[in-house]
Design a protein around this ligand. Structure first.
Ligand code: Q46
Ligand code: ZN
Ligand code: ZN
Length: 304
């Protein structure tokens, strides 16, 4: 199997693009695709300060690596969720990556805010860890970015993540979520930093191959709270469809972004809930007190 562009042996076949590529051409294919995504969807420019949410997994480390390589102005933030050994190991990978690449990565420990990790917070509040975790991570990313002068937050969401979310939202016609799903989430409030997904058109498999070829050492195990996530089941089904009909995932997602999304956007625009400052922290929310402050208050009350 020869590379489409040179005489070297191909190391990967990308059926969605009908391409077989050697390692060098695969690496430049991925980097060009990310650069094109950034330009086409106007995610950010080289003057902007970009904060990358880094978990220690392949996608977020790849995002940092690629953006840095493309000479964007990036720093990362690792949020230590206090999930036992999993957090310890992922933090180790992140520190290692930072040392090797010279990319600055801030470490934020949620224990400083709550006195405990995610699993314990969820147990005390009788909530699912991932729902509490999502609220806390989103809040910290935004507040940190805002307070440190970043104009954009980049996350490592890949094509498979995006397609699984889209599939799930379509199955139950979640109009509000469909209206908000995009590669760029613009700034809706002075204190709400815009969010971008530069890897949105890179599949999970492509991302794993890129990390491998670039020698990026990432955490392979999953968070212990991720077990049984519906998104995993959807990804599995979508991969079966992709196996039979290559490029279905990409088409489903891109056609939604190009053509489908706007219909949901129009429907929800008028009824869009107004953001107002949280009475406790001042960051925008649709409630009187934001979810983050509510969780914090509840935890403080239970701890006495
Ligand atoms: S870290 Fe947090 Fe994930 Fe773990 S608790 Fe759930 S949301 S699974 S990306
Ligand atoms: Zn080649
Ligand atoms: Zn608040």
């Amino acid at each position: 199997m020869k590379c489409k562009f040179c005489d070297n042996n191909a190391v990967i076949e990308l059926r969605a693009y009908n391409l077989k590529l050697c390692d060098e051409h695969f690496i430049s294919f991925i980097e060009n695709r990310v650069e094109k995504t950034i330009r086409k969807y106007k995610l950010f420019n080289r003057e902007e300060k970009i904060l990358i949410g880094i978990s220690g997994g392949k996608d977020s480390l790849n995002t940092a690596y690629i953006l840095n390589k493309l000479q964007y102005n990036v720093e990362g933030i690792y949020i230590d969720l206090g999930i036992g050994e999993y957090s310890e190991r992922s933090k180790g990978k992140v520190l290692n990556f930072s040392e090797k690449t010279g990319i600055k990565i801030h470490i934020y420990n949620i224990k400083e805010d709550f006195g405990m990790g995610i699993t314990e917070i969820a147990r005390i509040l009788h909530r699912k860890p991932c729902s509490v975790c999502g609220v806390i991570k989103r809040y910290i990313l935004n507040r940190f970015a805002y307070e440190h002068g970043f104009s954009v937050i980049a996350t490592g969401h890949n094509l498979d993540d995006e397609v699984a979310t889209l599939f799930s939202n379509v199955l139950s016609w979640q109009e509000g979520y469909l209206a908000r799903q995009n590669i760029l989430l613009p700034q809706r409030d002075e204190k709400l930093v815009k969010k971008a997904k530069p890897l949105a058109l890179i599949s999970e498999r492509e991302s794993a191959a890129y990390a491998l070829l670039r020698g990026i050492d990432y955490i392979k195990e999953e968070c212990p709270n991720a077990h049984g996530a519906t998104s995993k089941f959807y990804k599995h089904i979508l991969n079966q469809i992709e196996e039979r009909a290559p490029s279905t995932k990409l088409r489903f997602y891109l056609e939604f972004i190009r053509r489908g999304r706007r219909f949901f956007e129009q429907d929800t625009k008028e009824g869009e809930t107004q953001l107002k400052p949280c009475e406790v922290c001042g960051f925008p929310t649709t409630r009187k007190v934001c979810q983050y402050c509510t969780i914090k208050k509840e935890i403080q009350k239970r701890r006495g």
